[in-house]
Structures are given as C-alpha cells and as structure tokens.
Design a protein around this ligand. Structure first.
Ligand code: GLN
Length: 461
C-alpha cells in the first residue's frame, strides 16, 4: 500500500471509510499480535474533520501507526512493559504532532520488545508479534509491530525507533523499507528513551518515495530536543556522488546465511549495471562494534530507566512497605528479564572501579570506529552489506540465549554507534523469506542514501 493510492481512495470515498478499513484490518490481524491499542474513536473523529474540511494537509486522512514507545493520546503508552501498562501520556511526541499537523491519522500503537530492548519482539510483556510472511518466525525487533503493520498492508507507514538496528532489521525480516536517518534528524521529544546517544526516530513503509514524504514532515530542528539538527533533509531523484560503493568485508563472512549473501551479490550486480564501481573495504574496528554497543548502550539504558521507580513513573508495587522495597518490588514486577539484564550490565560498567576498564574504553573504541567510517565514506557514496546474518528465525529459537540474540545485531549497531543514516531496502529472498540490503551513508547524506536505495527498489528482483 502506498500513500498516493490511499490519498486517491480518500478523495473518492472519504477519510472515514479509509480509516474504518484500516481499523478493520488491524482487528483482523490480531493473530499476529501487532496492535497494542487501536484508537478507534479518536481516529474516526479526526477522519470526520478531514471529510468536513476542518483538518487539511498533505497527508489529510492518511492512517499510520506508532511503536508504543512514542507518547500518544488515546490509550496507554506502555513501551510494551507491565510497568507502564496504565501510563497515559500527558502529551504527544513531536513526530506524531508534526504528522497530525499535516492531517495524518494515528490509528493506534504497535508492539515492540519491552523498552525497545531486543531484536525479535519476543521480549514484549504483551506477547510475541509474528512475522507477516511466515507466522512461525519472529517479526524482528524491536520495531516488530511497526514492520508487520506495513507488511500486512494495514497502514501505508509507521514510526519506529532504531537504537542499534530496530527499524532496519524488522524491515528486512518482513520485506518493507526501514530507514534510520542521521542521528538528530528527527526530534526524540516525547519518545521513551532507550540509549540517548544512538536513539533515532525513523520510518517504515512499503517504498522509498513514501519514506521521503514522511521524513520531510517529521525531520528538522526542535527546540525541545537539543540534539536535533537544523533541517537539511531534501529528497532528490538522482543520487549524486562518486559513483562508487564499497561492500563491507566484515559483513560477508562465512557465518552469514548463504541465501543472504546471494541477495547481496545480486544487489551488487544491479549497482554495477547502473554504472557504479563496487569495491570491497575492510573496517577492522567493526569487529569490536558489538562489544562496544553492549557496554555503552546498557550504561545509558540503566540511567534512562532509573526514573521508572513507581514514584516518578510506573505502576507502584502494592502494600505497606519501605521505600527501598517499593523500588525493588516495582522494578522487579515491571521490567522484563532483558530489561533487568541490561540494567545490571549498565550499572556494572558504570560502577567505580570498572568505569575506566569498560565504559571509557568502549567510548574510546567507539571514536576509532567513527574515524574508520568517516575515512571510508570520503571515498564512497555508500557502504553496503546485509542487515542481519540471517532472515527471520523461528520464534523461540534464540530467546533463551541472549548472546546468540545479540549476534543478530552485529551488522546494524556499527552505523548506530557512528550516528550514520542507514536503510534496509527489500532486495530479495532466502528460502522464501525476505532479505534487505543495508546501505550506510555519511552523516546528513540521508537523501542520497534514499535515492541510491531507489535504484535497487526499481529493479525487478
Ligand atoms: N537489537 C538491538 C538491541 O537489542 C537494537 C535495539 C534497538 O535498536 N532498539 O539492543
């Protein structure tokens, strides 16, 4: 489903009909466990205002859904946790506000790994979201609901967050476009923080043109988020640059699924045919990226999650007890095991005595990784590779072993640590399951990366 088709249907049948259809599809998809809340009354009310001409804009009446870590009106914003199961947001996230000011209609919130910790949407307190193509496999994560909602054609686009791959990997697993812009492109105001130095808001949709339209609306400086960059995003039809692309050698090792490698090789041929010179490049620091990520990110997580103590935020444990017990009971009831694991790692690496050995060392290594990327991207328009070593895996096959699960992130965390724009664009299949190609660009080269990805999108696969 694309936005242009939705708009022509709205012009013909009205926004109320379009929204009712989206809500019906959302309800019918309950077997996939995509939606945590459907904003029926609010959405229909807004659709009526579109039909009466009271609400206008470039997306007037177009339905979308948000990952349930975006503060939104109507229903609770839960971050897929028991802790926030009753939390009604006092405000909406800036990204939603900007879309609504263009007339778009939020039809509900979708599932994720609790607090966005994970890569499969199995860590949700509200059950597993299933893959749109094969429901015995995972949706990917943590923006699993956002990817499946698009893949099942419920809405033309969704919002997601990507801290270490959470937009790109589920997009790859469900055969949709998932774009993580340059860090700071979209305001994080009103989005539940995971790790503030890599948290990035982005878009999942069925095609690049729609990604560009949504990005044009949500990107740009916001006084309420000091890390936002002044608006630089302007979509372009033809990519400019050196006509050179490099494949990251560390991403196509023996451990990668042969079907995934095949898809990458085919994509390389597409770019060669379009006149691109393809070279291989080694970025030696990439082999440390996962280790850096799983020190720095838990450190940030542990401090960001400290506010969920049952006093400031979160469902407070019931009963008569002392303060420390309130904290302990609230947090042990409210968090999922993966959340707790990360809080423990984070506190450990930040504790005096270990701070230098882990946190500070990881930050130094991160700087070296960023330098390697900067140097490589001076010579190429983009770096490419798979999004993940495998297509969607079976539900339950990795959830008991956190380290195996973390290995899934090996190809997405490097761009996150460096704040670079990166996309997963559908590129083919491995044994019937979709596989995306990842393109990584220079900071602020977002428009170019999108138009480069379009070359692949426009080729028959
Ligand atoms: N899978 C990664 C993790 O578990 C990425 C999560 C994310 O981007 N939110 O940390």
């Amino acid at each position: 489903m694309n936005i242009a088709d939705v708009k022509s249907r709205i012009a013909e049948n009205g926004a109320v009909t379009e929204i009712e259809t989206a809500i019906k599809k959302a309800e019918e998809s309950s077997g996939y466990n995509v939606f945590l809340h459907i904003s029926r009354d609010r959405a229909i009310e807004r659709a009526k205002k579109v039909d009466s001409g009271e609400i206008k804009g470039s997306l007037a009446g177009v339905p979308f859904a948000v990952k349930d870590n975006f503060l939104h009106f109507d229903g609770a914003t839960t971050a897929a946790s028991r802790l926030l199961s009753n939390f009604t947001a006092p405000l909406q996230s800036e990204a939603i506000e900007r879309l609504e000011s263009e007339g778009a209609i939020c039809v509900g919130s979708v599932n994720l790994d609790s607090f966005a910790h994970g890569g499969s949407t199995e860590n949700s307190a509200f059950g597993v979201t299933k893959n749109a193509i094969d429901s015995t496999t995972v949706a990917g994560g943590s923006s699993g609901g956002s990817a499946v909602a698009v893949a099942l054609d419920i809405v033309p686009f969704t919002l997601g967050t990507d801290t270490g791959g959470s937009i790109r990997q589920p997009a790859s697993f469900n055969g949709v476009v998932g774009f993580k812009p340059t860090y700071g492109t979209v305001s994080r105001y009103g989005v539940i923080a995971m790790a503030s130095s890599t948290d990035t808001i982005g878009v999942l949709s069925s095609n690049i043109k729609d990604t560009e339209s949504v990005m044009s609306i949500i990107s740009g400086e916001d006084k309420k988020d000091m890390t936002t960059l002044p608006d630089f995003f302007a979509p372009k039809n033809i990519p400019n640059g050196k006509k050179k692309i490099a494949v990251i050698e560390e991403f196509i090792t023996e451990g990668v699924d042969p079907g995934v490698r095949n898809v990458v090789e085919n994509a390389i041929r597409v770019y060669e045919k379009s006149g691109y010179v393809i070279e291989k490049i080694s970025l030696p620091m990439i082999k440390y990226a996962l280790a850096i990520y799983y020190v720095v990110i838990p450190a940030e997580i542990s401090s960001n999650l400290s506010r969920y103590d049952g006093i400031r935020y979160g469902n407070r444990a019931e009963g008569l007890m002392g303060l420390e017990e309130v904290y302990a009971k609230t947090r042990s009831n409210g968090f999922m095991p993966e959340n707790k694991r990360r809080i423990m790692i984070g506190n450990y690496v930040l504790s005096s005595g270990y701070f230098d050995a882990y946190y500070q060392k990881a930050q130094k290594a991160r700087t070296l990784l960023i330098k390697e990327f900067t140097k490589a991207l001076d010579n190429y328009d983009a770096l490419i590779g798979p999004v993940a070593p495998t297509p969607a895996f079976k539900i339950g096959s990795k959830s008991s072993d956190p380290l195996t699960m973390y290995l899934e992130d090996i190809m997405t965390v490097p761009a996150s640590l460096a704040g670079l724009p990166s996309i997963s664009v559908p590129a083919g299949f491995s044994e019937g399951m979709p596989v995306g190609l990842q393109l990584i660009g220079k900071q602020k080269d977002d428009a170019n990366i999108l138009s480069l990805a379009r070359i692949l999108e426009e080729t028959e696969k």
